[in-house]
Write a protein of this length. Structure first.
Length: 446
């Protein structure tokens, strides 16, 4: 069947590949593996979800799995993924479970686990949870069966946390928030209001079926139109579980994660809080970000694709800012995972403190044209190390020099090799990418 865990938990079509039975067994296994308490006290688990309909079913299964393993469950209801991570740390729980498929369509769902402190799991912990699924264990009975409680003020604690992260008042700034009919539909608008901003909300009425439907960070057209209609200074597009965002400036132009990170890096450097003057990003970030950071004396460290790997580098190196082009941005001072609401609050604080527009601040990054070709292959590992392919990559890198780059990356889940090229022009990027893609195809025909 292959590894259950992907780059962000276990995800699949709800009630098909991701069944209540699987959810129950995963939760019970996680309770055993992630418990940090001595065996005289039951482990405590925080459980939250996004508003998609299948979350109700899967929440029941997760709660059953945790309590069957003797865990005390604290349900926090519909809240963003970063809120669940925050509450795990705040309450000193042993683990957290977020039921969400993030930006995926409504029929999908997923299960994400957090360890003590609200941190995403290392690969070895995920492997241990998966291995324990097939092991026998003694089920508690009587008074040792887990109990279930509801945390009624979890949303309020998270809203307060977000608002207090903003160092200046946002009074005078108008923001449009596209909540993606997702988990942040209540907490994000309230946090921005408390920070002083004037708030307009769109797609903030989840019904369990409309999450991410033509809205949010993956469908920005409505947000762009609303920013222009309301004369807003900025728009923020969240995804279904609000662990990432993209932005729109006052003219309706999209501001991506690379540009948001650059704005925050310069702001933190000026404030003396950018540790070692270093930003962490993945290999997918645009070369324009690398050039901009180099020009401003900021070191850029690269990781594999996935915000969990960014967080790993941040923790291992004691750094203070990192993220992905897709809009997952992590500020360890305030969050243990990507947080879309927090990200735009910090960017708006930079706007308020400098009096500069978002477009002006974002212009520090001049993105190079980027072409990505997904090439189906029979063996993604072999194709990526084929001698002819590597020779073509070397030739292309010599042609581009410091004005572009080539990235060859086998997919982590599919028989694909991703060929990504950045160059001074879109035509050149496309020509180089197709040249390499042809060789990838012939090296291992699908």
């Amino acid at each position: 069947m292959g590894r259950l865990f992907g780059t962000d938990g276990v995800r699949g079509l709800a009630n098909a590949s991701l069944t209540p039975d699987l959810a129950l067994r995963l939760a019970a296994s996680a309770a055993h593996i992630l418990s940090v308490r001595d065996r005289t006290h039951p482990p405590v688990a925080i459980v939250g979800r996004d508003p998609r309909a299948s979350g109700e079913m899967l929440e029941a299964a997760v709660v059953a799995g945790l309590t069957s393993a003797g865990a005390t469950v604290v349900r926090v209801g519909v809240l963003p993924t970063p809120a669940v991570a925050f509450l795990v740390g705040q309450t000193r729980a042993d683990l957290g479970v977020m039921i969400s498929a993030s930006h995926n369509p409504m029929p999908d769902n997923g299960i994400k686990f957090f360890a003590a402190g609200g941190h995403k799991l290392a690969d070895e912990l995920e492997d241990a949870i998966e291995a324990h699924l097939e092991e026998d264990w003694v089920r508690p009975t009587g008074a040792n069966v887990g109990r279930v409680h509801d945390l009624l003020d979890g949303a309020e604690a998270y809203i307060t946390h977000l608002a207090e992260s903003v160092p200046v008042s946002l009074e005078g700034l108008k923001v449009v928030i596209d909540c993606a009919n997702g988990a942040a539909f209540e907490v994000a608008p309230e946090a921005y209001r408390r920070a002083g901003a004037e708030v307009v909300v769109i797609h903030g009425e989840p019904d369990g079926l409309n999450i991410n439907e033509d809205c949010g960070s993956t469908h920005l057209a409505d947000l762009q139109a609303a920013v222009l209609e309301h004369g807003a200074h900025v728009g923020v597009g969240l995804d279904g579980d609000a662990d990432r965002c993209l932005a729109v400036d006052a003219d309706g132009n999209v501001v991506d994660g690379d540009q948001l990170m650059a704005i925050m890096a310069l702001s933190m450097r000026d404030a003396g809080t950018l540790v070692k003057d270093t930003l962490v990003a993945t290999v997918m970030s645009n070369l324009g970000l690398r050039i901009a950071m180099r020009e401003h004396g900021i070191t850029l460290l690269e990781t594999k694709v996935g915000d969990r790997y960014v967080l790993e580098e941040l923790r291992n190196s004691g750094l203070s800012l990192g993220g992905e082009q897709s809009g997952h941005v992590i500020v360890p001072e305030y969050a243990t995972t990507g947080d879309g609401s927090l990200t735009l609050l910090q960017v708006m604080a930079r706007m308020a403190s400098t009096g500069r527009t978002l477009a002006d601040l974002a212009s520090v990054v001049r993105p190079l044209p980027q072409v990505l070709i997904n090439v189906p292959v029979a063996d993604r590992a072999a194709a990526a190390v084929d001698a002819d392919v590597l020779a073509a990559v070397a030739v292309a890198e010599g042609e581009l020099g410091e004005t572009g780059r080539v990235l060859l990356r086998p997919s982590g889940t599919e028989q694909l090799v991703r060929v990504m090229v950045e160059a001074p022009s879109a035509d050149l990027a496309g020509e180089v990418a197709e040249r390499i893609a042809v060789l990838v195809r012939t090296s291992s025909p699908a």
